[in-house]
Design a protein around this ligand. Sequence first.
Ligand code: ADP
Ligand code: MG
Length: 169
Amino acid sequence: MLSFQERQINPGDCPRSLLIMGLIRRITKSREETEDLGRRLGELLKAQGSATVLLYGELGAGKTTLVKGIASAFGIPGREVGSASFVIVAEYDTLPRFFHIDLYRLETQGDIEELGVWDYLESGGIAVVEWAERLFEIPEGSVTVRIAYQDEDSREIVIEGAKGEIGHI
Ligand SMILES: Nc1ncnc2c1ncn2[C@@H]1O[C@H](COP(=O)(O)OP(=O)(O)O)[C@@H](O)[C@H]1O
Ligand SMILES: [Mg+2]
């Protein structure tokens, strides 16, 4: 029989399914609702001061839409976010500094290392990463957001690891 000590679960070893603490799940029914959810998440991140947000979801899921909302909490106009699809890292001179990183076109670990993604993630600002599937390593303490297409106007959005309440939409 295992002693109490041996049965203790180390949080770092927890299977993902057990990590339900701080899990937020919302269904948004429009682009505006997703932006609004993003803005609320942005407010939490701003209070936190430094954070990495990893966004997962297929093309057209609503990742950039959510980023527009997050960015709005930092005073960045939505039209400035994701306007040029060839930009991999957009850096905004806000306080804290805001980085919008889109890894869509980076396929190998070499590409990612060359870009210096880790420098941005460890910069002490707010880094929001689209296509986080491309990262070969996950930064500790990240907030993860999974967006799933439900139908033309609705999306399921699951946020893990955000510190604080996001309220209802
Ligand atoms: N509930 C919703 N949330 C987010 N986007 C939505 C929603 N309903 C419809 N859309 C549309 O889906 C598209 C999402 O595009 P985008 O945010 O660029 O996705 P991604 O960055 O994941 O490829 C936009 O055209 C947006 O208007
Ligand atoms: Mg996008």
